[in-house]
Design a protein around this ligand. Structure first.
Ligand code: TYM
Length: 334
């Protein structure tokens, strides 16, 4: 008999447009994992409220995001796609886990400190306990593999800590989850100006979105930061050049990558040519995803069916875990 498949969970915030960082850091792995594992992929709308209190665009963001996930290769018949707020069990598990999370460690979390810097006028408790809600997302399905980009590593480590404390205090309920990537390391896709990572809502001219049209893709890439090229053979690449090479590596053919690597090492690289080639390869990569997503998004009936189907599967799994959690905690009285 075939053994039980490992459980996979990952999440994405509906706070803007899906970009190449999301795709290569996470979604590409998700699309591969759905063929191998028992996969749950969650649109974490509650998490978005910690930074985006204005919900006018939430619904359209959620729908566009789901259409982009499917357009990028997720198959609702092979994995469970659902929205966090449709699963109230997550909120209850979050509550139990808050008793196991300490103020000091939450305040030290890198993403919390970043957000405090970015929105000093709105340092809400949801922001502080963001990693606890993320832990609830993961633990509610007793997931083991969590495919994420580099920036989420600390959150997954915190999830393990909360799970360990829960098991120690109340008895073994949760397996230990870990951050997963098919390659060796977790991925970080840099913005086109090399100033930071690509982001859903910041630095938009230096981020490539799956919804960008062909001309905009070309324009953003042509404007990407370069310099006059290396003067010493086999130099180390500055981070903005390294970022461009990384994009080339994910969308271009082997011989193209090798050509520009060799040119760089021989100090005769023409960045204009490289960006032109990268622009064309990127258009070839993004435009079919964009077209598929747009078509799906306009099919309201299909989108509704996908969400309903996902909700019912995710809830069944969440309810089963929550029953174990309640028994373990001792809040089951009859
Ligand atoms: P979010 O919505 O910011 O990003 C979704 C996924 O994309 C990855 N990612 C990147 N990877 C590489 N390079 C980049 N520039 C880049 N930008 C984003 C992220 O690592 C992530 O995997 N807290 C999470 C959402 C979340 C979650 C969860 C994730 C909530 N609950 C449970 C996993 C499990 C977040 O803000 O992701």
């Amino acid at each position: 008999m075939e053994g039980k498949k490992e459980i996979v969970l990952s999440g994405i915030r509906p706070t803007g447009f899906v970009h190449l960082g999301n795709y290569f850091g996470a979604i590409r792995n998700w699309a591969n994992m759905q063929n191998e594992f028992d996969c749950y992929f969650c649109v974490v709308d509650w998490h978005s409220l910690t930074t985006h209190p204005d919900t006018k665009e939430l619904k359209s963001n959620v729908i566009r995001l789901i259409s982009e996930l499917i357009g990028s290769g997720l198959d609702p018949d092979k994995c469970v796609i659902y929205i966090q707020s449709d699963i109230p069990e997550i909120a209850e598990l979050y509550l139990y886990l808050t008793m196991l999370a300490y103020k000091g460690e939450l305040e030290k979390t890198v993403t919390f400190k970043d957000k405090v810097r970015m929105q000093p006028e709105n340092v809400n408790a949801g922001l502080l306990t963001y990693p606890v809600l993320q832990a609830a997302d993961i633990l509610i399905h007793r997931a083991v593999k969590v495919p994420v980009g580099k920036d989420q590593e600390q959150h997954i480590e915190m999830t393990r800590n909360f799970a360990e404390r829960f098991n120690y205090r109340y008895g073994e309920v949760f397996p230990m989850p870990y951050a997963f990537n098919y390659g060796e390391d977790l991925i970080k896709i840099m913005s086109l100006d090399g100033s930071g990572k690509m982001s859903k809502s910041e630095n938009q001219m230096n981020t490539l979105y799956l919804a960008d049209d062909d001309d905009l893709i070309r324009k953003k890439i042509m404007k990407a930061k370069t310099d006059s090229g290396p003067t010493v053979p086999n130099s180390e690449k500055p981070n903005y050049i390294d970022g461009l090479f990384n994009l080339l590596k994910v969308v271009s053919a082997e011989d193209v990558i090798n050509k520009f690597e060799t040119d760089f090492n021989n100090c005769n690289i023409r960045y204009g040519d490289m960006k032109k080639q990268l622009g064309e390869d990127m258009v070839k990569f993004i435009s079919p995803i964009r077209a598929r997503s747009e078509a799906l998004r306009n099919d309201e009936k299909y989108m509704k069916e996908v969400i309903e189907h996902g909700t019912s599967k995710a809830r069944a799994s969440a309810k089963a875990t929550l029953q174990l959690v309640r028994e373990a905690v001792g809040v089951k009285y009859y």
